[in-house]
Design a binder for this molecule. Structure first.
Ligand code: MG
Length: 381
């Protein structure tokens, strides 16, 4: 029986994680559940799993959570509680699905404490990939299993292979709702248009990122650090059906692909169970019912995100953190109706040019760079 702490339990990935855990009660028990503001969902999952601790990151919601779970479990609040729940000796696996970079401290602490970290928060690797991978490598027992669908696909294609056997890794992209739109029309797209993802049902931030293809830019950085690959060995190909998640081309030209129905519970299940495999939940894919499987090259003129990624992959250091911070603010401003959809790229491009690139030295340095990039992104007019 493995004990799991789930950070970011109330979001789209968190709820799918709850499905996987509930389907495998003989294999997993829940040590702690943490989320920010969705108290209803925390209470629902607390009822389901009877965890030792339930944590909110919101001081405003803390009294309500205490009241509703009084006598049932220990109720805690804040980042220190999340770090303690990620490093407790009873815990075997930490699944981190906190939106944005807020998961960095518990993830680093969990790795240092020798935990297996199933990581869905790609921004953590984009902010501090070198530091995070170093923490994983230096800690006995500490390891990261990617929960992003593409990276889970790469992880499965590369299982047991040496780095020098890999010619190139391809992440697939659905292309999002604007794949077939004209450039000018994309620039002025509404929030409603951007939230209409054709294949995946996800949270708001990642859905906007998919529409702008900034999600794929972040995923390329994530792949660089997870699999130790440089810009020339990383590519993106559009698969509108979202059935092929990743491909790995080996040095002899052989190409491996990972396919499944687009269901995040598969990547979550493998993140929890690796190196074993679970038998539920998992829907089979009927290839004969798949009418077509198409691939296209992405269009860097319509979607400048991939050029930002290329610059960030080549420069490394603090540039990925700057790209990510500028994008988070730009998405927030777009959702608030302050800027146009196309302004997301203008903000990211302008902030990436204005913050000098440094090597990755410490978390404090990266957080300072992150804050500087955010402030520039808020000031952009
Ligand atoms: Mg993904």
């Amino acid at each position: 029986m493995q004990r799991v702490t789930v950070l970011g339990a109330s979001g789209s990935i968190g709820k799918s994680t709850a499905d996987v855990l509930a389907a495998n009660p003989d294999k997993y028990s829940v040590y702690a559940l943490a989320a920010k503001e969705n108290i209803d969902e925390l209470c629902r999952q607390s009822e389901l799993f009877s965890p030792c601790q339930v944590i909110t990151a919101s001081e405003d919601k803390f009294p309500e959570l205490q009241r509703r779970l009084a006598g049932k479990t220990q109720v805690l609040c804040g980042m220190d509680a999340m770090i303690a729940a990620a490093t407790a000796p009873e815990v075997d696996i930490v699944l981190c699905a906190i939106i944005g970079t807020a998961g960095i401290l518990p993830v680093l602490a969990a790795l240092k404490a020798g935990k297996k970290v199933a990581l869905a928060s790609k921004e953590v690797l984009v902010l501090a990939g070198e530091l995070v991978m170093k923490a994983a490598a230096e800690s006995p027992g500490g390891m990261i299993v990617p929960v992003d669908s593409e990276h889970s696909g790469v992880f499965q294609c590369l299982a047991g292979r040496r780095n020098d056997e890999i010619r190139k890794v391809w992440l697939t992209a659905s292309g999002g709702p604007f794949r077939t739109w004209e450039k000018e029309k994309i620039f002025h797209a509404s929030l409603k248009d951007a939230l209409a993802h054709p294949t995946w049902n996800m949270g708001r931030k990642i859905t906007i990122d998919s529409a702008s293809m900034m999600n794929k830019a972040l995923e390329l950085i994530e792949a660089k650090y997870l699999f130790n690959l440089d810009a020339d060995r990383l590519g993106v190909v559009i698969n509108p059906q979202s059935v092929v998640h990743a491909l790995a081309e080996l040095t002899d030209g052989s190409m491996l692909a990972q396919l499944s129905v687009p269901d995040m519970r598969l990547a979550i299940a493998y993140g929890l169970s690796y190196p074993e495999r679970l038998d539920k939940p998992g829907s089979s894919m009927d290839l004969s019912k798949l009418a077509e499987l198409k691939f296209f090259a992405p269009d860097p003129v319509k979607f400048p995100s991939l050029e930002f990624a290329d610059a960030a992959l080549r420069a490394g250091g603090t540039l990925p953190a700057v790209m990510n911070a500028a994008n988070e603010v730009a998405v927030e401003r777009f959702c608030a109706g302050e800027i146009e959809f196309g302004d997301i790229w203008r903000i990211v491009g302008s902030v990436m040019e204005s913050v000098p690139v440094e090597g990755q030295e410490s978390l404090e340095q990266l957080l300072a760079v992150d804050a500087k990039a955010r402030s520039k992104a808020w000031q952009w007019r």
